[in-house]
Design a protein around this ligand. Sequence first.
Ligand code: SF4
Length: 359
Amino acid sequence: MSVSHFPGRDPLALVPEDCGRGHACQFCPEEAQCRLDKGQHEKKLIESRLAEIGQIIMVMANKGGVGKSTVSANVAAGLAAQGYRVGVADADIHGPNQSRFFGFVGERIRLSKKGLPPKAFEYDGLEHPVKVGSLGFMMEHDDTPIVWRDAYKHDFMHHLIGSFDWGPLDFLVIDMPPGTGNELITLADMLEGHDVAALLATTPQEVALMDSLKAVRFCQERGLPLIGVVENMAGVTCPHCSGHFHVFPRNHLAKALESADVNSVAQIPLSPALSSGSDTGAPIVVTDPEGPEALAFAPAIAACEAQGRASFAEAAKHSLAGLTQAGLDSEELQQALNSVPPEEREELRKQLESLRVLS
Ligand code: SF4
């Protein structure tokens, strides 16, 4: 028996209908009259975005001021410089700085039928622009403070992934807010089941180290793969003689990371060029790819790339297993094999041959 007040629809049937609009209901001019299941619409929207995104990298720091946004921007630009399609989602609600790192200060975006268009950062040598999505593009003024209760922050995390029209991406780098609060939990829940890994930014000071270890614990308890730690402000490079010295000794940090079983993947010097990087509107890994700062970032970028390739290979193996079970012809298998990284392809081919799938 239908209990619907709306002809032809039964609210208890829970059959999702989707309007096909590429944005969240809060942005919709139809919202007041709309009778569709808005929760289902948003869920579908997020899933449709995530279906086109490969590896997600959450750049975390449990403490503010350790250079997390600098790490996010440079890792994203470094991956783009390797030819990958990369997006940067700025989840730092109270300090959305990615617009500054990529040269979009003061710029605004307007909702289109496909959703919120990320800004496209182009630079010589980049095959694909870096797509940047940030709350900064929607604020009335750049210095407008965000004074939101948790429910609004929760909604924004959904918009960040679902309402931005990311398109197909190999990597989505998320610049997380400091701490292990509402935004982190919301995103971790939302992204569960997708290829997500964390990259931690820290500095060698004791106070930052203690907070970083809490973030490590969070990742371990959540089962979130931790790519490693980027040590920021790890020494100073003199702008005159290029000599290198340490302001903070790193022994304690190194020991703590070792006992927590976490890799240090890069040590980034504190340098004037890096400090002013956000003012130039382009990450230093693309403006000065041979400079000491870019070279210092290289292992972190390589570690993220390796994580992405491992996840991708794993997904391809699952697809292949599905294909073999479905008994599809070898041409389709060959196509799937081609999407596995070359160094793993031969081994996989051998395994399949041993199953006589390719014979
Ligand atoms: S309110 Fe939501 S579900 Fe309804 S038409 Fe708008 S975007 Fe679609």
